[in-house]
Design a protein around this ligand. Sequence first.
Ligand code: MCN
Ligand code: CUN
Length: 801
Amino acid sequence: QDLNTNEEGDLSEVTKRVQGIGCSRKRKEDPKFVQGRGQYVDDVKLPGMVFVDMVRSPYAHARIVSINKEKALALPGVHAVLTAEDLKPLNLHWMPTLAADKQAVLADEKVHFQYQEVAAVIADDRYIAADAIELVEVEYEILPPLVDPYQSMVDGAPIVRDDLLDEHGEVEQSHPNKIFEWDVGDKEGTESVFEKAPVTVKETMYYPRVHPSPLETCGCVASFDPVKGNLTVYVTSQAPHVVRTVVSSLSGISESKVRVISPDIGGGFGNKVGIYPGYVVAIVASIVLGRPVKFVENRTEHLSTTAWARDYFMTGEIAADEQGRIQALRVNVLGDHGAFNSQAQPTKWPAGFMNICTGSYDIPVAYLNVVGVYTNKAPGGVAYRCSFRVTEAVYVIERMMDVLAHKLGVSLAEIRMRNFVKPEQFPYDTALGWQLDSGNYHFALQKVMDAVDYPALLEEQKVKRENGELMGIGVCTFTEIVGAGPTRNCDILGIGMFDSAEIRMHPDGSIIARMGTISQGQGHATTYAQIIATELGVDSDLITIEEGDTDTAPYGLGTYGSRSTPVAAAAVAKAAREIRAKARKLAAAMMEVSEDSLEWQEDRFAVKGVPGMEKTIKEIAAVSYGQLPNGIEPGLEAVNYYDPPNFTYPFGAYICVVDIDKGTGETKVRRFYALDDCGTRINPMIIEGQIHGGLTEGYAVAFGQELPFDADGNILGNTLMDYFIPTAVETPKWETDHTVTPSPHHPLGAKGVAESPHVGSIPCFTSAVVDAFSHLGVTHMDMPHTAYRTWREMKKLGLTQ
Ligand code: MCN
Ligand code: CUN
């Protein structure tokens, strides 16, 4: 099997000319961005527009005794001050979350986390609004906060959500702070293997709360037209159609009269999937005041209140034989969800796809238990290049592979080689319910080991250790699950997670195409065009891609979970093929031959065996809008709604080499080699860009990002003074590589790629840092691996004074 196909040199002349699949076509969206001509939500300026600013709670947990608006209302330029009391008659003081919970739009009787929205001021400009929030007087009665999730279910713990208690003061769950308990797999079967297994290992780890903190914060402009009864919402959304459905159901305005537009978005990373209180307030204010209302957060509001990720306390256990072949896996998780369960994810999956934690390995039996709890912290849990908890899943299994290797004294690469699912085992059904569609893990890891000369690195490390130096070699071989998803097991608010494409070919052969996804920087305008270019033989530059306007784009579930390629790109290919099928009919009629006698040759239909008898797609397009024979309907258009039969399972093999300074604890990433396999590659350059971005964000998480809380529930690290955003100065040099194992069920063989580098690199960094100390008996160190934390570990080990 040649896994290195699809190199640019192998592409056909036509593909190169039209810049089709496989070409490193330059990003078409960039000229406007580099010239500062992007149009973001905050660039939307409408006549008569007013601004919202939020009064936010300084306390994590408190009862609201009173709110006095008078002074704020007296400030010239202030139009309104809204509180939960004002929203109550509209039944909009609470809103549903995407995880079937509810969230206060404005705090109703009590506040649940620091920075929660308590009152909204609407004023002529944002400066007046900012002054006015200082004049709103809120009296609080402070309540004891619940900060530590391990204390959430002890007797006498503060109850976060009294609103969920019924009139008898009880909830369905065993404890009012418990959101759910989810278990998957064979509990007894797993237990009995552990009882008999020759080798068992166990490790507990914390994956800290982190925030993607994209360049642009969240915001919206709501504009209600009282004459037409239409509502237009410009919003930083990764899922504009979902926003439309939610806004319509909340406001009672029919979906046909709600238009949601996601303009240019300055990064999403999962943070912009959900619907935030500020949006609801802006919409209500626009309907009530009859004028456009803008809400745009500042950085601290963004870091403190919008979707963050992880916050999982995980215990992994592996049972194995003496050779390290895994017999069973057990994972227990405590998830801190904050005050409302507002994870933006498919409804059916309370802990996302955490049950992908069997990783790339052939594990006969497994058991996973996840408990989610409320605490007095901002809600969230799945943002940040994650595909719904696969990041946590990969972290726990990859850490456990290292722990097992350590226990048996084999290399981190060898333990993986012994346990990989073999190429001939695909499609492979995992013990926890997924079907891995394709892969070649052995080949990928071997390729990386050869590229970095793994044996030489191990030798170097041995010498360094003898000299008392700290060098670590980390390994991660991950399997992702992307492309949510088959509607049979994935929906949001009852809407199945298909995606869509609509393609129209014009008489001159140029094309406009629209999808249900929305780029936030991924380069969709470039890459979708390449797919159509290959399918129809039309120059990419003649293909306009439009996303993000619900009035024009077909319904789609949006861009997150690296689903655009697995789902929407499949719809693009299928719609293009429908157009080609119609073009075949037309070509046959034009040349007065049967359709069967025609052969598609990249950009034309040719009559088999008759040289020169052919019609290019451009010629066919011109005719398709004219007088057509045989009752053929005019036009060349197609719409496709694609419901994928399965997820796609991209994978990768990463190796990281670090040197740790014994004086300071500082870690230097000397080398990072990332091999990714995302099946058929549409645009190698864009893939590489995505991988660089994901690795850099992975580096940020592993080495610095965290959002901790103090004992009173005050969020720490919610400014860019404290929150680590790596620049070119800190970022290591990345080496990338690939193999190509096409997805057997995707029309193009393509898998998603955008999240892989993040998911795969984080455990690889931890692996490398821990490996630097593994000869001293260290099996795990929690992130972030800051110099201080590493130095503390060295102090514990007596390596430094
Ligand atoms: N691609 C390709 N060949 C493949 C797979 C992907 O050429 N086999 C290309 C695609 O055509 C697309 C890009 O790579 O242009 C990413 O595709 P895909 O992996 O399908 O991911 P999505 O387009 O669905 O993007 C979502 C993903 C997620 S979930 C996060 S989080 C993230 C990420 O994208 N957020 C980003 N990358 C980001 N990049 C930027 N610049 N900004 C963000 O907010
Ligand atoms: Cu979870 S981050 Mo991306 O799926 O938008």
